[in-house]
Design a binder for this molecule. Structure first.
Ligand SMILES: *[C@@H]1O[C@H](CO)[C@@H](O)[C@H](O)[C@H]1NC(C)=O
Ligand SMILES: *[C@@H]1O[C@H](CO)[C@@H](O)[C@H](O)[C@H]1NC(C)=O
Ligand SMILES: *[C@@H]1O[C@H](CO)[C@@H](O)[C@H](O)[C@H]1NC(C)=O
Ligand SMILES: *[C@@H]1O[C@H](CO)[C@@H](O)[C@H](O)[C@H]1NC(C)=O
Ligand SMILES: *[C@@H]1O[C@H](CO)[C@@H](O)[C@H](O)[C@H]1NC(C)=O
Ligand SMILES: *[C@@H]1O[C@H](CO)[C@@H](O)[C@H](O)[C@H]1NC(C)=O
Ligand SMILES: *[C@@H]1O[C@H](CO)[C@@H](O)[C@H](O)[C@H]1NC(C)=O
Ligand SMILES: *[C@@H]1O[C@H](CO)[C@@H](O)[C@H](O)[C@H]1NC(C)=O
Ligand SMILES: *[C@@H]1O[C@H](CO)[C@@H](O)[C@H](O)[C@H]1NC(C)=O
Ligand SMILES: *[C@@H]1O[C@H](CO)[C@@H](O)[C@H](O)[C@H]1NC(C)=O
Ligand SMILES: *[C@@H]1O[C@H](CO)[C@@H](O)[C@H](O)[C@H]1NC(C)=O
Ligand SMILES: *[C@@H]1O[C@H](CO)[C@@H](O)[C@H](O)[C@H]1NC(C)=O
Length: 750
């Protein structure tokens, strides 16, 4: 009995001793102070509720406690949290090791106080929020490993003291903010020997990249693109031999890439796009056997392409466009680049023929050799590139267009075929050439523009049932606009300017299915083209679009010999954005129905023989940005309203019977002799002044043009800017200049 009592007592005593432990492990209760802090953090948020209602905060969503009941993780990424980040309350969670609030809408700043109290923090991810102001002077502690502050609104310089406690830092990402000052490359002097990822991209860092990176022996990823960096690449970057990615696009760095780059044996991505790098490419670059992506577009690299590059069998993307590279590319042996999907060599001085070995790169999806001095014919072997989707060969000296088209039509995957400015002076492949035509089943975008091609628009084009964009401008095309163009189910962009097209504007073209109804979301819009088409003016801080979506519904037949009326049926093309009919022989009136094209942004009717009044309904075209009706026989008052008066007088000139603002000529209220006399006097005055007016207007236009774009020509970026124009914009400018000149000629003659 006694033994049992003893046992019971001992047992109770033991339980008594262990009581707190049992409680804490089984019930796992959170600390009252931490609960308060968390609630205070939550209460500062506007929405949505965090549903933190349970008694034990350790069981709340997003919270993890350690065995002692201290909150160690607070993970609430992408929870739609909105509001000021209450750092004073978070700062009380002193045991926090992981804090992830990324992808919310939190604002506020990182106060030094908050930071320092979180001195056990290892992982801090506040990316994709609205945090702002400058960074605190220092990291909270040496514990921090991952710090992601990217995609916020932080600004100011990163204090050099910031990294004094960074001895365990592995990853540091501050991209997509507005930081200024120098990229703190000294980070490697203070920081951890383990640093692997540094991302400074998309900020406003400027000045040189100071040496220091070479001390980051473990550095794998270095991104500092989209900044304002200048100077040379620091030599010691080549000492960071673990580097796998160097990405510095859109800066103003210059100098050569050193031969020492071959020391970076793990290098897989080298992106130096849009800088001023020059010199020859390192001869032994091919030793970098892990290279996958090489993007060197828009620099000044010169000399031949090192043949050793053809040893980089892992290459996926090789982009060398807009440099000064040269040499006979037919000598290059591409045959081992079996992974290559994108090859872009446009705007260089390459010579020779398309290397046959290229046709053995079976992964190729995109080839652009535009603007070189290549010659020869397209070989049937190209058909072995089963995935080829984007082919751009324009502005070379290729021959045998008919042969090329007969071959390429069997390229099953081809979406984009741009042969602009090649095959000069040849005939457009006729229907006889293309008997039993069956091909181009997936072609979305075809350009044969600017090649002085001779012939008529051939019937076989009517079988391109997926065609969305057709560019045939600046050729010698004769004959009529075929009415079947209006039946192509997906076509929304037709560019035929500067040809010798005759006949009437076919009524059937007013039934283009794509433009009749609410826009079916376009295949082209969704379709991401493999290489950026430099089709739009972009500032250097944004990348060019890789969508075809920037092509708007558009019909351009300027500078042809089209006769007859503008069909009233045009009103059916509801979604048309641009209609350019200038410099033809259109007659009749401006149909009132044009005003139904409510999305119209560009309407050019100039230099035709249109007569009658300008319909007042045109004032309802709210999106109109460019309007020109000059040099017709229009008469009467220019309809008033905010719309038409916002254009310059030059949009209405050359219509002697037109009056009212913005023309200087007022509309006479009464027809008295006095008024007529006065009018005559006005006309005299006009004749006296107008030539000069036009000279000034034309000069103004030209100066304006060069004022805007000329400055770009001073440095090399002009090339880039120039190619930002779509063909249509180029065409349009050309047309505008022609019209301007015609205008001057006429006025000076009269
Ligand atoms: C809170 O609960 C509501 C309703 O159950 C839910 O819609 C919401 O997503 C929850 N909030 C969080 C942060 O889980
Ligand atoms: C944080 O702790 C301080 C002092 O320890 C205290 O004054 C403050 O009220 C606490 N804040 C919250 C939100 O619990
Ligand atoms: C934060 O959470 C997001 C979403 O779960 C995740 O993608 C991200 O990797 C996390 N951050 C860190 C540093 O772990
Ligand atoms: C840095 O963060 C951005 C998002 O803001 C992300 O796109 C980028 O991939 C990150 N950088 C690295 C090297 O992971
Ligand atoms: C950059 O940050 C903004 C918000 O500040 C965000 O909308 C955008 O997606 C970010 N860009 C990238 C590339 O992550
Ligand atoms: C870029 O740096 C240059 C000097 O190197 C400076 O003149 C220019 O204003 C800077 N541009 C921006 C956008 O900060
Ligand atoms: C690169 O490292 C080598 C050997 O470690 C050293 O001698 C050299 O000075 C370093 N180069 C630079 C530019 O720091
Ligand atoms: C880089 O390579 C050169 C020879 O190409 C060699 O002399 C040098 O020691 C290498 N540097 C490092 C840091 O490996
Ligand atoms: C390519 O690699 C082979 C062996 O891997 C080598 O013999 C050849 O010299 C290399 N070619 C170039 C141009 O570096
Ligand atoms: C091509 O070479 C010629 C002279 O050799 C030079 O004038 C021209 O600028 C070069 N073009 C390009 C794009 O490098
Ligand atoms: C044009 O190309 C086709 C197809 O490759 C070929 O049959 C024809 O002989 C070529 N014509 C000329 C003139 O080279
Ligand atoms: C314009 O058309 C008229 C007939 O409508 C014709 O007499 C005239 O020659 C044409 N002008 C030109 C330049 O084609």
């Amino acid at each position: 009995m006694q033994v049992q009592a003893y046992n019971l007592m001992a047992c109770s005593f033991l339980l008594f001793l262990l009581f707190p432990y049992i409680i804490s492990t089984n019930i796992h209760a959170c600390k009252q102070t931490e609960r308060t802090s968390l609630l205070s953090f939550a209460s500062a948020l506007s929405s949505p509720p965090l549903n933190w209602t349970a008694v034990d905060c350790c069981h709340w969503k997003g919270i993890t406690c350690n065995q002692d009941g201290w909150v160690i993780h607070l993970l609430l990424p992408s929870k739609g949290l909105k509001g000021g980040i209450s750092l004073t309350s978070l700062g009380n969670l002193t045991h926090l090791t992981h804090l992830n609030l990324s992808h919310n809408s939190l604002y506020g700043s990182l106060q030094t106080q908050f930071f320092l109290s979180l001195n056990r923090l290892k992982i801090l991810d506040l990316s994709y929020n609205l945090l702002s102001e400058e960074l605190p002077l220092s990291l909270p502690s040496n514990n921090i490993r991952i710090l992601d502050l990217s995609s916020n609104h932080f600004y100011g310089a990163i204090p050099s003291s910031f990294f004094h406690q960074a001895s365990n830092l592995i990853s540091f990402n501050v991209s997509n903010n507005t930081f200024t000052g120098h990229v703190p490359s000294s980070i490697c002097l203070h920081a951890s020997p383990f640093l692997r990822i540094l991302d400074f991209s998309s900020n406003e860092f400027s000045g040189n990249l100071a040496p220091g990176l070479g001390e980051c022996f473990e550095l794998q990823i270095f991104h500092a693109g989209h900044n304002n960096l200048s100077g040379l690449l620091p030599e010691d970057i080549y000492n960071a031999t673990k580097l796998e990615e160097i990405s510095l696009p859109l800066n103003s760095l210059h100098g050569a890439v050193s031969d020492k780059i071959v020391n970076l044996t793990d290098l897989a991505i080298l992106d130096l796009d849009f800088n001023n790098f020059g010199g020859e490419l390192p001869l032994k670059m091919g030793k970098l056997s892990k290279l996958k992506v090489v993007i060197l577009d828009f620099n000044n690299f010169e000399g031949a392409l090192p043949s050793s590059l053809m040893n980089c069998t892992n290459l996926v993307e090789l982009r060398l466009g807009s440099n000064n590279l040269e040499g006979d590319i037919s000598k290059l042996d591409f045959s081992r680049l079996s992974q290559l999907t994108k090859l872009d060599m446009w705007y260089n001085n390459f010579t020779g023929t398309v290397p046959v070995s290229l046709y053995s790169c079976r992964s190729l999806k995109a080839i652009r050799l535009t603007r070189n001095h290549l010659e020869g014919q397209i070989q049937a072997e190209i058909l072995s590139l089963k995935s080829l989707s984007f082919l751009s060969l324009g502005y070379n000296r290729f021959t045998n267009l008919t042969g090329a088209m007969k071959i390429l039509m069997s390229c099953k995957s081809l979406h984009v075929l741009l042969l602009t400015g090649s095959f000069k002076g040849e005939g457009i492949p006729t229907d006889d050439d293309m008997v039993d035509f069956d091909g181009f089943h997936n072609l979305l975008f075809l350009s044969l523009a600017r090649s002085d091609l001779i012939g008529q628009i051939p019937m076989w084009l009517s079988k391109l049932k997926n065609l969305e964009i057709l560019q045939l401008g600046f050729n010698q095309i004769t004959g009529p606009i075929p009415s079947w163009l209006g039946t192509l189910p997906r076509l929304f962009y037709i560019s035929l300017p500067n040809n010798r097209i005759s006949g009437e504007f076919p009524k059937q073209l007013c039934r283009l299915p794509r433009l009749l109804y609410e826009p079916i979301s376009s295949q082209a819009e969704q379709y991401e083209i493999e290489l950026p088409v430099y089709g739009r003016i972009v500032t250097t801080r944004t990348f060019p679009s890789q969508k075809l979506a920037f092509y708007r519904a558009w019909i351009d037949v300027a500078n042809n010999n089209i006769v007859g009326d503008i069909p009233a049926e045009i009103d059916q093309l509801h979604h048309l954005r641009g209609l350019v009919l200038s410099s033809n022989n259109f007659s009749g009136i401006i149909p009132d129905e044009i005003s139904y094209l409510k999305y119209l942004e560009i309407l050019d009717l100039s230099t035709n023989h249109l007569s009658g009044i300008i319909p007042s309904s045109l004032t309802s075209l709210n999106f109109l940005k460019y309007f020109n009706a000059s040099y017709n026989n229009l008469e009467g008052p220019i309809p008033t309203g905010t719309q038409l008066q916002s254009f310059n007088a030059s949009a209405f000139e050359g219509n002697p019977k037109l009056c009212g603002a913005p023309l200087p000529k007022k509309c006479g209220q009464n027809k008295s002799i006095d008024a007529d006399n006065k009018n005559n006097k006005d006309v005299d005055n006009e004749l006296h002044h107008l030539p000069w007016f036009y000279v000034f207007a034309a000069l103004g236009f030209i100066l304006g043009f060069w004022g805007v774009f000329g400055s770009l020509i001073i440095n090399k970026t002009w090339r880039y800017a120039y190619f930002q124009f779509t063909d249509n914009l180029q065409d349009r400018l050309y047309v505008m200049v022609t019209v301007c000149i015609n205008m001057m000629k006429r006025r000076l003659r009269s």
